[in-house]
Design a protein around this ligand. Structure first.
Ligand SMILES: Cc1cc2nc3c(=O)[nH]c(=O)nc-3n(C[C@H](O)[C@H](O)[C@H](O)COP(=O)(O)OP(=O)(O)OC[C@H]3O[C@@H](n4cnc5c(N)ncnc54)[C@H](O)[C@@H]3O)c2cc1C
Length: 337
């Protein structure tokens, strides 16, 4: 177990904000995690479990305990003619899991290539891209209840997945720490090429298979998203808003080119990036905070921005979008502090 005091989190958040944690604790296995959870000092402190910090916005130093898992490993626990079940430690890099699956010809996660972060967080966030969400392959999630200290294996249904959300993100539930995820992949699969952008990119590949889908997704993502190692960011800052069809129809009269995706249940999903772009923010900066020039949904740290400054720019974007479209964007990024 690693325990550090007044520990810099600069390399533990992809905005690369210069904040510190009062305590940083990294555990290597479930036994060590149990010891931490039972500790009285730990119970008195505020605490936050992080992965790679690619979806976090630290507003200031964290005056509590930041927990991080070092539980790694990818194991095949079940194999049939059609499927394999992988047991994955929460601290495995998500993209490493995708690479592992694609290299063995197992389908289901290739569209989720190159998403930063760790496997445990992927299951918490229900990460998604190019028409696939991690919930589509999650069989079970193994997690410890932070209050009762009990371990539970959550079925996919018990994870209550929805767009970028899950049981683990719902603050009305007891806090849980994910230690392992179990994902079921297919040996006989159908590629999910529902996204036009991906279809178009695959025209450059002969007989597309899992590896070419992965390569195409990586190319697309490299082209349109900034590399956090070069330009601090947390990917999409806001969620794509879901609105009622009636509201959408009135917007469509005024903005005939508005991109949309029909969801059923009389709901429509809009592109938050498009809404922000219409309000004139794309490529603009305020101090050290920028709105990425190729994708208005991404806020970037141009140098020495603070979390407060990023939050202020985010708020002015929210206000502008609400004034113009009557839609209040919700952050996808989690504010801490
Ligand atoms: C360039 C870029 C592109 C991105 N593209 C996408 C995309 O296409 N699709 C998408 O969905 N997301 C995307 N993201 C967002 C991000 O990659 C995901 O949300 C990712 O799952 C976060 O993983 P993390 O390990 O960094 O988690 P963190 O940001 O550290 O934490 C995220 C949340 O998970 C919780 N958490 C972390 N680990 C655990 C654990 N073991 N147990 C319980 N709770 C835990 C944290 O408390 C927090 O609430 C992108 C981010 C970047 C920077």
């Amino acid at each position: 177990m690693k325990i550090e005091e007044n520990y810099s989190l600069k390399e533990h958040n992809t905005f690369h904000l210069s904040v510190k944690a009062r305590w940083f604790i990294e555990y290597c296995n479930e036994e060590e995690l149990c010891c931490i959870l039972h500790d009285e000092y730990f119970q008195e402190c505020i605490s936050l479990h992080i992965g790679s910090g690619s979806n976090l916005l630290f507003l200031n130093d964290y005056n509590g305990i930041i927990l991080h898992s070092a539980i790694r490993g990818i194991t095949v626990v079940e194999e049939t003619d059609d499927t394999v079940l992988l047991h994955v430690g929460a601290a495995e890099k998500w993209d490493g899991v995708v690479a592992y699956a694609v290299a063995r010809g197992w389908g289901g996660v290739e569209n989720l290539s190159f998403i930063p972060g760790e496997a445990g967080a992927a299951a918490v966030q229900n990460i998604g891209a190019y028409g696939t969400e991690v919930k589509d392959v999650i069989e079970t999630v193994e997690a410890f209840n932070q209050l009762s200290f009990e371990k539970k294996v959550f079925s996919n249904q018990e994870c209550c997945y929805s767009y970028r959300s899950s049981f683990f993100k719902n603050e009305n539930n007891d806090p849980h720490i994910v230690t392992y995820i179990n994902i079921r992949l297919r040996k006989h699969f159908q590629l999910n090429l529902s996204y036009k952008e991906l279809q178009k990119e695959l025209l450059h590949f002969d007989n597309p298979g899992l590896q070419s889908v992965r390569d195409a997704v990586i190319l697309l993502r490299r082209h349109k998203l900034p590399d956090p190692e070069v330009l601090g960011n947390a990917g999409s800052f806001f969620m794509n808003p879901i609105i009622a069809v009636s509201h959408f129809e009135s917007l469509k009269d005024e903005y005939p080119n508005i991109p949309f995706y029909l969801l059923g249940n009389d709901q429509v999903k809009l592109s938050a990036g498009w809404l922000i772009e219409q309000c004139g923010f794309k490529g603009k900066s305020h101090g050290a905070v920028g709105v990425y020039e190729k994708q208005a949904l991404v806020l970037v740290n141009l140098g020495d921005a603070t979390g407060d400054e990023i939050a202020m720019v985010a708020e002015s974007i929210r206000m502008a979008v609400n004034d113009r479209f009557g839609i209040m964007l919700m952050p996808e990024v989690k504010y801490v502090g």
